[in-house]
Design a protein around this ligand. Structure first.
Ligand SMILES: NC(=O)c1ccc[n+]([C@@H]2O[C@H](COP(=O)([O-])OP(=O)(O)OC[C@H]3O[C@@H](n4cnc5c(N)ncnc54)[C@H](O)[C@@H]3O)[C@@H](O)[C@H]2O)c1
Ligand SMILES: [Zn+2]
Length: 360
């Protein structure tokens, strides 16, 4: 098991990664809380709830279920949960345990930050994406219609417990989706981590979690480092957006229906590699290594039918654009990115057309 310390403006907290992580809850001071509420999804809790309660030795918990899926990241779901909490007697000294993927973490984290002006929460992430990314750093949000993450807060959990065993019940697709984010973290980190993925990526699957055990903490370390340097995204945290500028535009262009998030990031990584090469920032050989690793994760849903003009329009509406200028995170080599807003429109379009040619 590895433990990472995260510094935050509100308080410092720990991210525990590895087999047995749920047991660490036994040493957590529960008696400080008046009541404990688990927020989760039905099928997930059915599969893992017993193991979690046995490992953590939490008792007298009440459990609330949210329907699986991105649509639950809504103000409506937030309101429903808040009224359930109230009905069950949750007060300012209650604790919320957020057991699920990024949807439960983002929704539950937001709820924790606003219910009675803030109650403590603990993240128990159950997807690769949430273990290496969304449970760390304290960003919470719900969507407003199709506007992703429009309403949210910065509100970290008191503790993050990432047990890799829970990933064994993920569908192949959701499993792979998280691995695209791991590839992103390896590109940011450097040749050591990247090589480790090149060696082991084909053996990763939900049926065999063992090869993932050394990889997960390495990916967590990347996120932890960035967040520790820059909690509020003023500057350094923007590097985490690698592959996401194109990725978000592709998700939006398909109304969040065709791709799971990681798959869109997969296309985004391919596109940004092309963009880097076209700008003369990224050498061909390094670009090819990045693209090969992405392709080895498997085929991606088609982008053939997407109009480049529409993608360009969507890019300019990106939430992370500053004064209408896109902050491009461009790899210069494995382990090094450059942030620039100086990329000609023609190059952006050409990079998108490059990846469109790869698509079935
Ligand atoms: N807060 C942040 O910093 C941050 C960062 C990245 C992404 N996000 C958000 O995270 C969300 C995506 O997260 P996600 O990919 O975890 O999605 P998710 O929570 O929807 O989980 C994906 C699917 O896996 C299922 N699932 C979860 N755990 C499982 C398990 N152990 N076994 C079997 N099935 C399981 C879920 O029911 C769901 O169908 C998006 O809403 C995104 O905006 C937030
Ligand atoms: Zn992402």
């Amino acid at each position: 098991m590895e433990v990472f310390n995260i510094r935050s403006k509100q308080f410092n907290y720990q991210v525990v990664v590895g087999e047995g992580a749920w047991r660490t809850l036994r040493n957590f001071p529960h008696d400080r809380y008046s009541s404990i509420f688990v927020i989760t999804e039905g099928p997930l809790w059915k599969r893992w709830g017993k193991s979690f309660l046995a490992d953590s030795k939490l008792n007298n918990t009440k459990t609330f279920f949210v329907p699986p899926g991105e649509r639950s990241k809504s103000l409506r779901a937030l309101g429903l949960l808040a009224s359930q909490l109230l009905k069950q007697g949750a007060d300012r000294r209650s604790l919320l345990v957020l057991f699920g993927g990024g949807v439960i973490g983002d929704l539950g984290g937001f709820l924790a930050s606003v219910y009675m002006r803030g109650v403590d929460c603990i993240h128990v992430p159950t997807t690769i994406l949430s273990q290496v990314d969304s449970s760390i750093g304290g960003k919470t949000a719900v969507n407003l219609g199709e506007m992703k993450n429009l309403i949210g807060t910065f509100y970290p959990g008191r503790l993050v417990l990432s047990e890799p065993r829970v990933l064994s019940s993920l569908s192949q697709r959701n499993f792979r989706s998280g691995l695209y984010e791991v590839v992103k973290h390896a590109i940011l980190d450097g040749p050591g981590f990247f090589k480790q993925l090149e060696t082991g990526i084909d053996s990763l699957s939900p049926d065999n979690i063992d090869p993932l055990l050394p990889i997960l903490p390495r990916a967590v370390r990347v996120k932890a480092r960035v967040v520790n340097r820059d909690e509020r995204e003023a500057n350094l945290r923007v590097v985490l957006n690698l592959g996401h500028t194109f990725g978000h535009a592709i998700e939006e262009a398909t109304h969040y229906r065709r791709f799971v998030h990681g798959e869109a990031v997969g296309w985004g990584l391919l596109a940004i590699s092309r963009l880097g090469q076209r700008l003369g920032l990224l050498a061909l050989a390094e670009g090819e290594r990045i693209e090969n690793l992405v392709w080895r994760l498997g085929p991606l849903p088609s982008i053939r039918d997407l109009s480049p003009a529409r993608i360009l329009r969507l890019l300019h509406q990106d939430k992370k654009a500053v004064g209408g200028r896109i902050q491009w995170v461009v790899p210069e080599r494995i382990g090094h990115v450059r942030v620039t807003d100086d990329v000609p429109r023609e190059v952006v379009e050409a990079a998108f057309r490059d990846i469109q040619r790869f698509s079935a």
